[in-house]
Ligand binder design. Structure first.
Ligand code: SF4
Length: 216
């Protein structure tokens, strides 16, 4: 499945799917329709051979959480535990993310969590640009369907990808950006925080800005 074919397929699913399921005076897609559409995208991911990573994965890793969440976290790629289990953020970094979510006063399953890559890069190396390009239509469609009020990118690869920049996390975090009109706050990846606990205070400042914005 190459990237051009995938984009065409996702466009077709979009035309035939949730946009045709608009219900009610608010014109919001029905929750069931969104879940169905996400399920269809997940099925495409499960058989995707769009980049070299399909050759080394154990499982594809699609997402976890509420498909109509107000807050969506976007990380980098599955790690070892995620590749084995097929769920995002289930290893040590995931446990820290869960504590970060709880500290914001939210339930673990109240947010939506996904990655820019759905398959693990061998040895947890950084994602390559052609892998990101091949996989990005999946994330784009997830964002369209979930339609979060706020996106929080975790770490540099996710932040750089959604903001089309190569800037450092130090220069990006701590202030609002925008992705397709959705407010976006970049912060440090939990895996980085496990290695550099001194950065937790800055991350907490970012999360407090998100929690405040969600209350408005
Ligand atoms: Fe397909 Fe994305 Fe996995 Fe590459 S990383 S094989 S594009 S699902």
């Amino acid at each position: 499945m190459d990237a051009a074919w995938l984009r065409k397929r996702l466009e077709l699913e979009k035309l035939m799917g949730v946009d045709a399921l608009m219900l009610g005076p608010t014109q919001q897609p029905a929750d069931a329709g969104v879940a169905l559409e996400l399920g269809a995208v997940q099925e495409l991911v499960a058989v995707c051979g769009g980049c070299r990573l399909h050759q080394t994965r154990t499982h594809t890793v699609f997402a976890r959480g509420d498909p109509r969440a107000a807050l969506m976290f976007v990380g980098e790629a599955p790690g070892h535990e995620e590749d084995v289990q097929g769920y995002p953020f289930v290893g040590p970094a995931g446990k820290l993310l869960d504590r970060m979510i709880a500290a914001m006063g939210l339930e673990r399953d109240e947010v939506y969590v996904a990655n820019i890559l759905k398959c693990r890069p061998p040895g947890n190396r950084d994602p390559r640009s052609d892998e990101i390009e091949a996989c990005f239509p999946f994330l784009q469609r997830q964002i369209e369907l979930v339609a979060p009020r706020i996106i929080c990118t975790l770490g540099r690869p996710a932040s750089n990808t959604l903001l089309h920049t190569s800037a450092s996390m130090g220069s990006l975090r701590g202030r609002w950006h925008s992705f397709d009109g959705i407010p976006l706050m970049p912060t440090y990846h939990p895996a980085y925080l496990l290695r550099s606990p001194g950065q937790k205070r800055k991350t907490w400042e970012d999360l407090k800005m998100i929690a405040l914005a969600l209350q408005k």
